[in-house]
Each structure stands twice: as C-alpha cells, then as structure tokens.
Design a protein around this ligand. Sequence first.
Ligand SMILES: Nc1nc2c(c(CN[C@H]3C=C[C@H](O)[C@@H]3O)cn2[C@@H]2O[C@H](COP(=O)(O)O)[C@@H](O)[C@H]2O)c(=O)[nH]1
Length: 400
Amino acid sequence: MTSVEPPLPPSGSYLKSITESSHAARVAANVEVPIKRLLLSPAFTTTFHRVSGHHGLAFPLNFPSPLAELTFLSTLALLNFGSGYRAELHRQTGRGAWDSIRALVFSMYLDSDADLLSARAMQSVGEGKVAELMGLSVHTERNHESIPGVTVGELGGPAYELVKLVTETLNSTGEALVSGGYPDLGAFVVEALKTARGDMEGVLERLVKGIPAFRDMAVVDGTPIYCFKKALFLIHGVYIRFHKLSPPPFPIPDTTHMPICADNVIPSMLVYLGIIDLSNAATHSLSSIFPHPSRQAMDKLLEAPSPSFSTETTADTKKEPPKEGPELTVEQAFILRAAAIEACEVIVELAGTMQVEGDGVAWIKSITLPDVDTWLWAVAKDRPDYRSLERFALKGTNFF
Ligand SMILES: Nc1nc2c(c(CN[C@H]3C=C[C@H](O)[C@@H]3O)cn2[C@@H]2O[C@H](COP(=O)(O)O)[C@@H](O)[C@H]2O)c(=O)[nH]1
C-alpha cells in the first residue's frame, strides 16, 4: 500500500466517518449511483430471501466455549482478505479468497503442534508454516543463468506475496496483543465488547485503535476514506453467531444500520448491475476500469436467474478458474469501495420509502444494510452468469 494514512477519526465518530468520507470521495470523483430498477427486478426479488439468509458463519467445529469460538471468528475476520489473489488461489487450490482463508483458520485451529490462535504463536509464526497451512506453493521457476536446461526454483510469485501478507498480519496482530497483555484476539475483542457495552461505535473504535490490521483507511486526493471492512465483518459476525444465545455470552452490538463490508465483489457487482455509474467519473481513469455495461447486458443481469442453468453447467463453470479482473491502484480501489458503501446506504434508504404495498414485495421496505451486503456478495456466486463477471483486484493489501 503506497498511499498516506489519514489520522484516525475523532473519537465517537467512527461510523459516521465511514459514510461521510465515502460520500465525499464519491462526489469528488463524480461517480454516480442511480439505483434504477434493481429493487423491483426479478434478479433481486426472486432471490433476496434465500440468498441474503445464507450467512455461512456456522462452522462444523465443536468449540469448548463461546470465547473459543470468538477467537476463531475474530481471526477469520482479521485474515479476511486476499481477494487480489483470487485467480492464483483458484489455480493452485481451486478455492477463492474467502474459502482459502476459512480453510487456513480451520487448519490453525486444528493444528496440534502449536496453539496457533494464541497471541504468542501469531507473533512468531513464519512464512513457511503459513504456506504449508494454506497449501500454497511459493516458488517460481526460472532458467539457470549459465547451465542451459536447468531451472532454479526461488521464492516469489503472487502466492508468495499473499503468504507474506498473511504472515505480516499475524505477526503485527500478535505483537499488539502481546504488548497489551492479551492471550489471544478473542480476549481483546471480549474486552472491547464489554467496555463499549455492546455499542457498535465504541466497539469499532476499540478494534481499529488496538489492531493495526483493522486500520482500513487511506488518503485519496487529500481526503481521507474510511472503510474498516474487516472490523465491521467481525462485529456483524459476533451478532450473527451470538445474539440468539440467552443470555448472550457478552454484550452484542446491533448491526442493523452498519455500513457494508466494502470488498472487491460488491463494488464490481454494483457496476455490472448499473448501480455504480462510472461513465462520468472524472479522476483516476475510473471511467475506463470496466467496459461500460450496455443497457442490454444490464437488463439481462436484472432478469430472474435462468432455470435452464442445470446443476451440470453450474459444476462446469465452477471448475474453470476465474479470469483475473482489472487490477486497480490503491486510489481507484478506495474510491470504488467508497461508492459501494454509499450506494448501499442509498439502496436501503430508497427501499424504505418505496410505494410497494400490495404486490407481494412489501418486504422490500424493511431490508437492512447487512442483508444487502450478504445478498450482493452471495448472489455473485449464486448464478453462473454473475460468477463469470470479473471482479476487480488490488494486490498488496490486507484490507479485503
Ligand atoms: N462484503 C462482504 N465481503 C465478503 C464477505 C465474505 C464472507 N461471506 C460469507 C461469510 C459471512 C457472510 O455473511 C457470507 O456468507 C467474504 N468477503 C470478501 O470477499 C472477498 C472475495 O472473496 P472471494 O470471492 O471468495 O475470492 C474476500 O476477500 C473477502 O474480503 C461478505 O459476506 N460480505
């Protein structure tokens, strides 16, 4: 990451800083967000309940305590990045970024040699161990300088870059936890939940201040943009996993009005669906990142998913490694993520005021930001035509 870090937001205004900085960045770049017909489209109305209900955070593990599960979940959120290496991950392991990170945290949890989720182990874990746990080959081959026909393997390539990022993230987090006297990330998060008494704003501020890897923010054209994607993901995960327990094991934040987790998938999908309109974008060559979607292409994507997609076709497209999408600069990626944050705010606001009584879609009025996040993220994997849409990639970041 090359761009300058902004100052942390003023205390008490972390959530506001996400929405306000996103609005400012979007307006400054002249990125438009016409909500158009998405909300009433069959693509949305026929899949919203099924797809947005799939939170995917119930793990087939027997946790000895809620705290052990919280440590697992927090580590998963901390490492929930790598989207810029999606194509390489598919090539090597057949999995995307999310599935790869999930598998890694499973291996860390189940590894019997060391208590890998402890602060001490995080602080000292090395690249070799991370590569082994992720099942990644981190060597590239080149021809020997003087002996023809002989190739030399050396450390390098995109998988090695990702392994380094994961290792650095674990090391710096372990460092912060050890120097704060916390045995693991779960202990730190519990304290944040308790001292903030479950207040979303207070929890977010504590996570971002305490752990460098949660400081997902940048200065673009002199103005700060705050996304805090992984911290928000963690807080929402806590809500999903623990709010139904009675009594809840720790104070649980209400995430209903939480900004979305801005990654690479959601902004890309919003561009294809015509909700983020880059055609008049004035800076950072934003208008040429994606081929401008034609009205026809958008109409097709807004139709209900075709019932003729047999399970066979689905399996086939799944096997094929995805094409690498446009590779962005830090500035471009932050502006697009900001636009997605604001677009989703507008979607929910508009939905709440829509006149939809009586035609079977009155539920649209009560959709929430986390539901819209999950729908956009999960629907991108639900339909073969959406799966084949290229997502943008940013390398070298541990934010998403
Ligand atoms: N905005 C948003 N971004 C999300 C998720 C998830 C995990 N979703 C499941 C877990 C709980 C949820 O409710 C979902 O069932 C991963 N990602 C991001 O996508 C990135 C791309 O990954 P891939 O396409 O695999 O390569 C990945 O680096 C990660 O940063 C989400 O939910 N929302």
